[in-house]
Design a protein around this ligand. Structure first.
Ligand code: ADP
Ligand code: MG
Length: 699
């Protein structure tokens, strides 16, 4: 790599393109520097390295032939078209153009020698090619010896032009080939048997005629592997640097004092599972450090994340620092408030400290009181919704911010909570919780800068929820089941369909369902819960349901997150085919919270689309949230998952964390090693791959 260190590895585009217009067109393809050209890899290839005698052309194959035009005519029936007959020494075939310029009529005149590439098929006159690629040639024009790449393009940029500029970039400035220089140390290349960057790129842009189309097209050829490895490596390097930078910030050290935390554990009616203990000890360790924790606590619905969060809160408070818990919905925030207030009351009482509640809908006076308690440090814990990160909320000494169901919040909101509370240069620790697990491959790639704790086991005594799929025509059977369950003293949810197009319509459907079910079950107390109810009413409905004074709760998906009523053991979900997988899994997680056998009935409306059928199969066959998330990822792709596209994280263009997991593992190990042993290579690699975006590292 000698000599490269001083030079910028990414050359500007201006030295390749002379015209501004062309520059703009390439910019439309996202190509803004020479490395962008190098990485503009072909979509597919055409084989123009062979000629096929016309007599041997078989239908359905894409072939290249060469011959002389012996007849050319514009025909008008059934519609205007240009038809030419082409002959070589073995036979003739026709080429047909339905759209053509008059210049083509002139060009394809009698006696012209042409090379055609296209799919042969049986036509009205005999074998024909419709709209073949047609080049006028002289006899003996040599054939290319490499497959012809076909590039993604945009209006006004021909393949010929793209090829020309890519060729320029491959050669480099004054033919120095700098664009292809190696960014990896040789021990890494050797260990993972990677081919050199130059060879790989050259191969993909100009594969030899004997290249395996299969390996190229399937992107499994070693040349492709090298590109994917490089892409993963850039991602891993940037995540690691991000991680290191976080360590350079200061946070208050909040070591475990075994005071309040131990007291809480003692007072619980259950003992912590080993997974909960392990998660808490990881968090506890992070809190004691002088740099901010950024940890994700992952655990399937019902795995018991709340108590782990409560312990973290107490550890902060023991050290004289405040904590905040933010939840995505009012119902969930309220539930945390009630649960934690009751757990903490005995501990806080003698100290004269309190828990504050903040929500968008609370009365002015209550809000003012909460705000001043938080500002004065009387409230050592604040629980609430988005209201928590508004301007007016000022903490006295915030040491820990907890975000429940973190995937419901945007990245920016999460950062806002963290940064708003920076005081005296101290950044609070941050704990995120999620029941929608990030599949391992994703957490290794996109979330590599987070520490992750996993509660991988449910508390003992839980029984698995049995999932049943019912077509909507079997509603009567469902009614019978509900009646039976409630007669036995159990409780049930009836979840109304999601109507994305119209909230009004959704509300209407929910109200209708409520009325119908109230009439159907005169003997039951039926409750109604939806997002448009005043929050006071929402909370009181939840309270009645919790106490068993409502037996059947008709609800929209507001019950999706976090609601905890262990006695409810039956759930009906209408139009399950419209719901996302993680949403269904979350909904289903509202039941099966006691030792009682629980059943979730998914009602669906026929006919089912292919994807809907597939989704229902996944949810029916799996109860493990991680597996469901993995399959969801396969069905939806990582971009949609977890809003990665909006997250500002560098996207992957070539590599796929799921399919290319082995390479991802290599890249992860290599990133650590390169950063440690060859930081100059790491820098070079990042500049090349992330370019401007390596600024993301500095943000
Ligand atoms: P989630 O991880 O979905 O947020 P919660 O924290 O709401 O789950 O816990 C679900 C239920 O399990 C709650 O009723 C909680 O009190 C209970 N729970 C938590 N930990 C344990 C445990 N170790 N043993 C028994 N029950 C537990
Ligand atoms: Mg929860």
């Amino acid at each position: 790599m000698k000599g490269n260190k001083e030079k910028n590895p990414v050359l500007p585009i201006s030295t390749v393109f002379t015209s501004k217009g062309i520059q703009e067109k390439f910019a439309r393809l996202g190509i803004i520097n020479q490395f962008g050209l190098i990485l503009h890899l072909p979509l597919r290839y055409e084989d123009e390295t062979h000629l096929c005698p016309i007599s041997e052309v078989s239908e359905g194959r894409i072939v290249q032939v060469e011959g002389v035009i012996i007849h050319s005519e514009v025909m008008y029936r059934p519609r205007r078209q240009l038809v030419c007959q082409v002959e070589d020494s073995s036979g003739t075939l026709f080429m047909r153009f339905l759209n053509f310029y008059s210049s083509q009529i002139k060009a394809y005149s009698l006696g012209t020698r042409v090379r055609l590439l296209g799919e042969a098929r049986a036509g009205f006159f005999g074998t024909e090619m419709v709209h073949p690629k047609c080049k006028i040639v002289c006899e003996g024009t040599p054939l290319p010896d490499a497959l012809t790449p076909v590039y993604p393009t945009t209006a006004g940029l021909s393949q010929v032009m793209i090829r020309k500029f890519i060729r320029k970039a491959l050669i480099g400035e004054d033919g120095d080939g700098r664009n292809l220089s190696e960014t990896l140390p040789s021990n890494i290349l050797k260990r993972y048997q990677l081919s050199s960057f130059r060879d790989s790129v050259m191969y993909l842009h100009q594969p030899p005629s004997n290249a395996s189309a299969h390996l190229l097209q399937g992107r499994t050829h070693p040349a492709w592997c090298r590109i994917k490895f490089d892409e993963f490596l850039a991602q891993q390097l940037s995540m690691r640097l991000h991680y290191q930078r976080r360590r350079s910030y200061n946070a208050p050290a909040l070591p475990c004092k075994n005071g309040m935390t131990r007291a809480l554990i003692k007072s619980l009616t259950f003992s912590l599972t080993s997974a909960q203990r392990k998660s808490f000890s990881e968090i506890s360790q992070n809190l004691s450090e002088t740099y901010p924790m950024q940890r994700l606590l992952q655990g399937d619905v019902g795995s018991g994340k709340t108590v782990v969060a409560a312990l973290a809160v107490l550890q902060a408070i023991e050290n004289g620092y405040q904590a905040a818990i933010m939840a995505p919905t009012e119902i969930l925030a309220e539930q945390h408030y009630q649960k934690l207030s009751s757990w903490f009351a005995p501990l806080f009482h003698s100290l004269g400290i309190t828990v504050a509640w903040l929500s968008g809908s609370q009365k002015r006076k209550q809000r003012q009181a909460a705000l001043s308690d938080i500002a004065e440090g009387k409230a050592m814990l604040a629980i609430g919704t988005h209201a928590l990160f508004q301007e007016q909320v000022k903490f006295d000494k915030l040491g820990l911010a907890i975000i429940d169901e973190q995937h419901r919040f945007g990245v920016h909101q999460r950062l806002a909570l963290r940064m708003k509370s920076v005081k005296e240069g101290l950044v609070p620790h941050q704990l995120m919780m999620s029941a929608t697990p990030i599949p391992r491959t994703l957490s290794m790639s996109y979330f590599a800068d987070l520490d992750v704790s996993v509660i991988d086991k449910l508390p003992p005594g839980r029984v698995q929820v049995v999932t049943k799929l019912f077509s909507d025509t079997r509603r009567d059977e469902v009614i019978v089941r509900i009646r039976e369950a409630c007669r036995q003293g159990k409780q049930a949810y009836w979840v109304c369909p999601l109507i994305e197009e119209s909230e009004v319509l959704q509300l209407k459907t929910t109200l209708e369902t409520y009325e119908i079910l109230s009439l159907t079950f005169p003997e039951l107390k039926v409750g109604l819960l939806h997002g448009r109810l005043p929050s006071q009413e929402k909370l009181s409905v939840m309270e009645l349901f919790k106490q068993g004074n409502i037996q059947l709760l008709v609800a929209t998906s507001v019950v999706e997150v976090g609601v905890d009523v262990p006695n409810a053991s039956l759930m009906v979900i209408e139009h399950a085919e419209r719901m996302g997988l993680s949403q269904l899994h979350q909904l289903r997680g509202r039941i099966g919270r006691s030792a009682e056998a629980s059943v979730c009935i998914l009602l669906y409306q026929k006919p089912l689309s292919e994807v809907a059928r597939e989704r229902l199969r996944v949810i029916y066959e799996n109860s493990d949230g991680f597996e469901i998330a993995r399959q969801d990822l396969l069905l939806r792709g990582p971009g949609e998952y977890f809003g990665i596209r909006q997250s500002g994280l560098p996207m992957l263009r070539f590599a796929d964390p799921e399919r290319d997991e082995t390479l991802l593992n290599y890249a992860r190990d290599a990133a650590e090693e390169v950063l440690r042993d060859n930081p100059e290579f790491a820098k070079y690699h990042l500049q090349r791959w992330l370019g401007e975006k390596s600024d993301y590292l500095k943000a």
